[in-house]
Design a protein around this ligand. Sequence first.
Ligand code: 5GP
Length: 186
Amino acid sequence: MKLMEDRVRRDAVIENGDVLKVGTFLNQTIDVPFIRACADEFYRLFRDEHVTKVLTVEASGIGLACLVALPFGVPVLFAKKSRSSNIAGGVYTAPVFSFTHGTQHEIMVPCNMLGPGDRVLLIDDFLAKGEALHGMLELCKKAGATAVGAGIFVEKAYQGGGDELRAAGLRIESLARVTSMTDDSL
Ligand code: 5GP
């Protein structure tokens, strides 16, 4: 999507060689009209998939997922990274290694919030090695839900997660693909 490619080129900053900082429009600061235009693009791509739920992981995915869910007219479910006292009853869990924090944690959703009737669109800000998507796919599998595909704002294609998941059959639509982390390649 040209709009996203131009924005990454203009505003994204490379940090420590491997992390793209997008805090001026995608994380921390969320440029709402811009994200709304991205949401319309995801809707154009996935409108025939009969999506019933948008799934993401807390925290940075939530605001984006809410805007994506708007044109679909469906709720957002976000996986939590820790079991809080207000989760009653059973949960589906999946391990995820965090690219940005360098730590392993579990993500979880309550069993009564995801089920066999759901057709799920996975949303995340970044796709790098595919850990977060793997985790969300595992939650869907445990719940018996169908993952219809993934909508990614920025794919760091050189890290391979997208290729691996596509080869495994997941439909992934990325609005921008970064092929290497040098200022000229953005
Ligand atoms: P993956 O799980 O695919 O290895 O990495 C994706 C997750 O790590 C996303 O949820 C995102 O929050 C975070 N992430 C990966 N690479 C970057 C990056 O370059 N910049 C930012 N801001 N987050 C990233």
